[in-house]
Design a protein around this ligand. Sequence first.
Ligand code: BGC
Length: 481
Amino acid sequence: MDRRSFLTSSFAAGAASSGMAQGAGEAAENSADAIGKARFPDGLLWGAATSAFQVEGAWSADGKGESIWDRYAHTPGKIADGADGDVTCDQYHRYRSDVALMKRMHLKSYRFSISWPRVLPNGAGAVNQKGLDHYRRLADALHEAGIRPFCTLYHWDLPQALEDKGGWPNRDLAGWFADYAALLAKHLGDRITVWAPFNMPWFFTYHGYGDGRTAPGRKSYADFWKAAHTVALAHGQAFRAIKAASSRATIGCACEHEPVVAKSESDANRAAAARYDAFHNMFFITAAMRGAYPQPYVGQKERDLMGFKPGDEKTMQVALDWIGAHYYLRLRIADAGAPAPDGIDPLAGTRVDMPGQGWEVHPQAFHDMLMRLTREFDSPIIEITETGVDYPSDRPMSAQLHDAVRIDWYKQHLAAMSQAIGEGARVRAYHAWTLIDNLEWRDGFSKRMGLNYVDFKTQKRTMKDSARWYARVAATGRLDV
Ligand code: BGC
């Protein structure tokens, strides 16, 4: 995902208009003492995350259908350096050795996603048995290694056949998604009990259909509103379908929660920050947990655009068994001038205005995010579905293997998590993003966020220092190892 370039370009625009200097980020970091003292509950599941399009490759193998990301990546000029997901880390064929790698790292949870078009090449109808069998074997291999399978049903790779039927703005997709969810729960529910229907819904609805920055690359805010509502309905319908098919299923979300601060205390900046927060952090989780969109953020105009029908509140509302949250950084938001009165871009009038280059290190914000979820949702069980950092990847392999900066980033953030746990946050699992270097969406292979280095020519995985360190953390529950 191009979070960094998104923020950097927003930042560049902001800096240009405000005359701000692009200095180093303000840091509120934990001391060596706090890191040494950090402790975690016995039984906390240390894990790592990936997604199908980013690691599987085998894009057309064994009957898999085309996804919108396959189509997008095969369109010249869409992905950096002309990269595509045809092979990427080839995990489809190498899952056994990747599971062995996780075992060596003492990991206890693996968050992966299922490719919808691998299982249902047309999105609905005929099932591709070979695709289903792949995930059965993956789950079995994980169990054999003592690792819990955590399955995301949708990490952005919509079957192209469903995009051809209108994509997420077509409300019918909610039903097709629920059928897909039921199918997975029926066939894999004996092996997989932890399910998250969607990864970061705001991102793929807003950028996929609103501003067109990611697949399928459509640009219409009216379509964004429809897509967002279909996804909220699909989430509720899938929740019920999974529960009906598998009595052992536990279901949560995998949303991004990035604390938002106003650039300054001016009323305009505070209002912009509140608006950004309501959209970026609260929109989909509120839809699920409360059966309503944040008010007055979503008014009658937006409900009309969505095609909101009586009874939709009930469809959207579900009692999630746990809350899954990604954290990467906090966001500093500024007012960008009054949006046009008839404008329907949900982020109009707001601007990301970061100090530095967009990856501010501010672990306190991770702590605050955990405490906010704990307060607002009545002390739920929390799964950290992703956290991680992108440091410059344009260095020789030898330099990339010695990634002290990444270790420091994790230390800082895990110390903040330990503090939040001490204050009552019920964190059950932590997934680092990401297990292995992989295809970073529009940025192609130009960003290496993995704990393990991948040579994309030979597919050899090599542990970075961060992987060795994280393995010791997973084995001992201590950060000063
Ligand atoms: C996405 C990942 C992505 C990561 C890093 C996450 O929010 O879920 O797919 O690779 O950000 O940008």
